[in-house]
Design a protein. Structure first.
Length: 446
């Protein structure tokens, strides 16, 4: 439930309920998996978000933040999904906003067609076959300004450009590429970010209270507190592959999942490695208390149509009781859910694998277990490739009940890469992929 507050900036009723912006009840076939239906797990419900102009959404939260949305609609809220307490209601979070890539003189440039977009926490309600926006909270700095989704640091993050890749945009040290979300018992939120990578504590009103980053990051110029509390080895994260999954264990501890293996000692290593990392963080101690190695399955097992190991990612982690996690291994076209137990004896925190000079690095090991690296045991729960009706690029997973999961996709705000993403008038050529929430019934409960 939302925390009542007369000063809180919410999305106005005219936007939230569809007057005059209707949230159309349209079931989307575009972007769904084509695998044959499974004999076990099955989709039992599908709901879709209608079209809400991004400028209307953003300006309702922070007036004047977006002057031209280039015909982009609200999307990206499937970056994560977390139960909001009432049946059918969930907290979700957008990522950094619409972005793409255009090649100029043989080099890809990262475009931000709506640079004033402010990442937001969005509360949704699944009602029938529609996804309704019922509340939204803008993410702001200590002084109430938008954090934006622009990259933080020149030389570490990709350079940002306008929608046509012609004009450079400024970096923003306050910028966040938000992904995972959980809500604490006190009504505050915790988010993770791909830029730092970082863990972010956010007030119930959306103000960034603290951003926890790796030691040695040296992020300056922010309008909120930054604390270097994470292992420095995480400075080696791949570009755009920082933290993407976040779970809240029953004891209140948080688990952050690094999307892809570290580039340690170099990019080539990270691209072929199948070993990424999980961090356990205590909000009470405000410190990392454990670190785990996580081993992906072979890429052609996770996605039979893919042979590029660098496509492997963790996008969602969900607490399912005790120290157990549901971990999503995926590519952009396929996903499998694994049940993992985090034993304290499996922690590698503070050991040689947290030292960037260790050679070979843990990421270079073809068989980490034989080299003495403990790996948490895992068990396949469901191969979503075999479940008909599951959308591609699932990034958000929530536990609905003992045997049902809610899955949400990241539709990338309807954007595609390349010069053809916008027409001659600078309006988006929409991909047609919509934000979709599907409920999947498992043959066996968690």
């Amino acid at each position: 439930m939302s925390t009542p507050d007369s000063d809180r900036r919410r999305i106005p009723r005219s936007v939230a309920t569809g007057l005059p912006l209707a949230l159309a009840a349209v079931l989307v076939a575009a972007g769904t998996a084509t695998a044959a239906p499974s004999r076990g797990a099955r989709v039992v419900r599908t709901a879709t978000l209608g079209e809400i102009p991004l400028a209307a959404f953003s300006n309702a939260l922070l007036p004047g933040s977006v002057d031209d949305d280039h015909a982009v609609k609200l999307g990206g809220i499937g970056s994560d999904i977390y139960p909001a307490g009432r049946k059918g209601e969930y907290w979700t979070v957008t990522d950094r906003g619409p972005n793409g890539q255009i090649k100029v003189d043989g080099t890809k440039r990262r475009t931000f067609p709506v640079p004033g977009f402010d990442p937001a926490i969005v509360k949704i309600r699944v009602s029938g076959d529609t996804v309704q926006v019922v509340d939204a909270i803008p993410l702001t700095t200590s002084s109430g300004k938008a954090v934006t989704g622009l990259p933080d640091q020149q030389g570490r993050d990709e350079a940002p450009y306008t929608y046509d890749a012609k004009t450079p945009l400024p970096y923003d040290p306050n910028g966040l590429d938000t992904e995972g979300i959980v809500r604490a018992a006190d009504g505050t939120f915790w988010l993770v970010d791909e830029y730092g990578p970082s863990l972010i504590h956010v007030s119930a009103r959306g103000k960034v209270l603290t951003r926890y980053v790796p030691k040695g990051l040296g992020l300056t110029g922010t309008d909120y507190p930054v604390v270097e509390a994470l292992p420095s080895v995480f400075l080696h994260r791949k570009v755009n592959r920082g933290f993407e999954g976040l779970a809240q264990l029953p004891d209140g501890d948080l688990v952050m999942a690094l999307q892809s293996p570290l580039s340690l000692p170099d990019t080539a290593t990270g691209d072929v490695s199948r070993t990424t990392r999980l961090l356990r963080f205590s909000p009470r101690a405000k410190a990392v208390t454990a670190e785990y190695a996580y081993r992906f399955g072979p890429v052609n097992v996770v996605d039979p149509g893919e042979d590029d190991t660098s496509e492997l990612k963790i996008s969602s982690v969900v607490a399912v009781g005790g120290d157990r996690l549901l971990v999503e291994e995926r590519t952009d076209k396929a996903a499998r859910l694994q049940l993992v137990r985090l034993e304290r004896t499996s922690s590698i925190l503070g050991g040689p694998w947290d030292d960037g000079s260790t050679s070979p690095s843990r990421e270079q090991l073809d068989d980490p277990a034989s080299a003495g690296v403990p790996l948490p045991a895992k068990r396949l729960v469901v191969d979503l490739n075999t479940v008909g009706g599951v959308p591609q690029k699932v990034e958000g997973i929530a536990r609905v009940d003992h045997d049902t999961l809610a899955l949400a996709n990241d539709n990338d705000f309807g954007m595609t890469d390349g010069a053809g993403a916008f027409d001659a008038q600078g309006r988006l050529v929409d991909s047609g992929i919509r934000t979709t929430v599907v409920y999947v019934r498992l043959p066996k409960g968690l």
